[in-house]
Design a binder for this molecule. Structure first.
Ligand SMILES: Nc1ccn([C@@H]2O[C@H](COP(=O)(O)OP(=O)(O)OP(=O)(O)O)[C@@H](O)[C@H]2O)c(=O)n1
Ligand SMILES: C[C@](O)(CO)[C@H](O)COP(=O)(O)O
Length: 241
């Protein structure tokens, strides 16, 4: 548990349609162990005692949220998401009082395998260093750049990371950075890219590659395997205590 304790708010962008998943519903509503991916994700976040509010950005056409039990969670509130992920994040930031929540985390609905251990590492690093940052996992494979089925070059993977979520920043800093980046028509696919656009620094917190983003069809079975493995690991830890 982080040494410094303050109330935290999380924005969960969940307004996507999941095109790459090729499913019959938005991927955040696909079920694992009879529970939607969104419910798994919110359950992980909600179990952290410092997280007091979870703002879920939903598509205005969302017809699945009401079938979940998420509205029964007192930490949960919903906002209308936007055209792109960044717009959904901004919609969540718009309802946060920075005096109540000086720090904010943003976590993809499509990442249900986040562990409390990684979440604590991120929170601890940001609050103790007073600097925003992201969970990230180091690239394992040799990385190639290429197109049209042809390798152009090998990219040195020494300093390459997979950016994950949550990504955590001072609320006012993140909101201002996103607004400034968008006004310059910058491409923003994660919170860190907006922070980079403003020339500010983010911490890279090395974390588990189990924290996958469910994106393509074969990710669902992998996520189910990881969730079941994490559940057994937690049971083993509890039995040893
Ligand atoms: N306009 C959007 C687009 C995406 N997201 C959310 O951002 C997260 C990460 O985005 P991604 O994995 O790209 O989800 P989708 O956009 O749904 O996937 P696809 O690109 O395959 O359609 C997801 O939880 C998604 O619901 C969002 O809140 N608002
Ligand atoms: C935020 C993110 O999950 C970090 O890897 C990623 O950028 C989301 O990108 P997507 O194109 O919305 O899947």
């Amino acid at each position: 548990m982080p040494s410094k304790k303050i109330p935290l708010v999380v924005v969960v962008p969940a307004a996507g349609v999941g095109k790459r998943m090729k499913a019959n519903c938005p991927k955040q509503y696909l079920k694992i162990n009879q529970k939607s991916i969104l419910e798994h994700t919110v359950s992980r976040l909600s179990s952290h005692p410092m997280i007091k509010k979870i703002i879920i950005a939903l598509s205005h056409e969302d017809e699945y949220f009401s079938e979940t039990r998420l509205s029964e969670n007192s930490k949960v509130m919903v906002v209308d998401g936007g055209k792109e992920r960044v717009d959904s994040v901004l919609a969540g930031l718009a309802v946060i009082d920075p005096h109540e929540f000086p720090w904010v985390l943003v976590h993809d609905a499509a990442r249900p395998c986040l562990t409390l251990n990684d979440l604590n590492h991120l929170i601890e690093a940001c609050l103790s260093n007073d600097k925003g940052g992201i969970l990230a996992s180091p690239v394992r494979d040799t990385m190639k750049q290429g197109c049209n089925g042809v390798i152009e070059q090998t990219i040195d993977r020494e300093n390459l990371w997979h950016a994950l979520t949550p990504q955590m920043y001072p609320t006012l800093q993140l909101k201002a950075a996103i607004e400034r980046a968008l006004s310059a028509q910058a491409i923003i696919t994660d919170e860190a890219s907006a922070i980079e656009f403003t020339g500010e620094v983010s911490q890279l917190i090395s974390s588990s590659s189990e924290n996958i983003k469910i994106t393509q069809p074969d990710d669902l079975a992998l996520a189910e395997f990881i969730l079941n493995k994490q559940s057994k690991d937690n049971q083993n830890i509890q039995e040893m205590q």
